[in-house]
Ligand binder design. Structure first.
Ligand code: FE2
Length: 263
């Protein structure tokens, strides 16, 4: 497990020491990320390895898959349920890891949330924008805020593999707020005579362009770490704090899948 302490001078993260505090601490005074720091028992890497063998190895069996990646093999994101996890051939440490994951899942369900346990090899990638021809890169590898139409939070924990990353709002700027990028998007929206008004803002919103960020020079992203359970602020009407800017880590084709809880 990795240690976690907020980067020096970072005022938007609050560390808590129990689940109850993670639920009840309000986002206020600019704090938009709560982290329950944990040192989890169990061998999560062995769970990831068994899942990879069972799902993407030569002898495919079990699991429910979802075509979420462009890694050339499909099935970039695999939904994990209790039956599948408990069917894996694991030693005691691996079984402990499965029990921890299912306990977290249950905890969030009891709060009325809709968590998912996933094994992730790759998320869909916004290749059009990456090529430089498209507008704004809108995949989860890009710095972004999550959004909702009503009050909501994002919950996440990486159990194994590369962890999610965060960026302080002070070190980030929305892509659409860079004048050159905005002017280019305005041309894409309505040609040379387009007006930067409500319809244009709706266009940015409908395409999720207004949720994506770029780091400012000198920005120092931080890692969410492994094993810690996070609750982060989402952009919704009336949210009392700015949303937490974050992104998914890059993964390589030969990497074991990341194990993630997300809600
Ligand atoms: Fe996100």
């Amino acid at each position: 497990m990795t240690e976690f302490s907020p980067p020096a001078g970072h005022c938007r993260i609050r560390v808590v020491d129990r689940f109850e505090a993670l639920i009840t601490t309000p986002f206020a005074d600019g704090v938009n990320a709560l982290c329950w720091v944990r040192d989890l028992p169990g061998d999560f890497a062995s769970v990831a390895a068994r899942i990879a063998e069972a799902t993407w190895g030569a002898n495919r069996r079990g699991g429910e898959s979802d075509d979420g990646g462009d890694d050339g093999e499909g099935e970039g994101i695999l939904g994990l349920d209790a039956e599948f996890l408990e069917s894996l051939d694991l030693d005691a440490e691996g079984k402990t890891a499965v029990r921890v994951m299912l306990e977290d899942f249950r905890r969030l369900r009891e709060q009325g949330l809709q968590p998912e346990l996933n094994a992730i090899r790759a998320y869909p990638r916004d290749t059009e924008a990456e090529s430089g021809e498209g507008g704004v890169r809108t995949d989860v590898y890009s710095w972004h805020a999550d959004s909702a139409t009503t009050e909501a939070d994002t919950w996440l924990c990486t159990y194994s593999g590369a962890c999610s990353e965060g960026l302080a709002n002070e070190e980030a700027r929305r892509v659409v707020d860079f004048p050159e990028r905005r002017a280019a998007l305005l041309r894409e929206f309505g040609g040379e005579d387009a007006v930067d008004g409500e319809e244009f803002r709706e266009f940015l919103n409908e395409n999720c362009y207004d949720l994506h960020y770029l780091p400012l020079s000198g920005a120092a992203p931080y890692a969410f770490g492994v094993g810690h359970l996070w609750r982060i602020a989402v952009e919704y009407p009336g949210c009392p704090v700015p949303p937490c800017v974050h992104r998914a880590p890059e993964t390589g084709p030969g990497d074991a899948p990341r194990l993630l809880l997300i809600s």
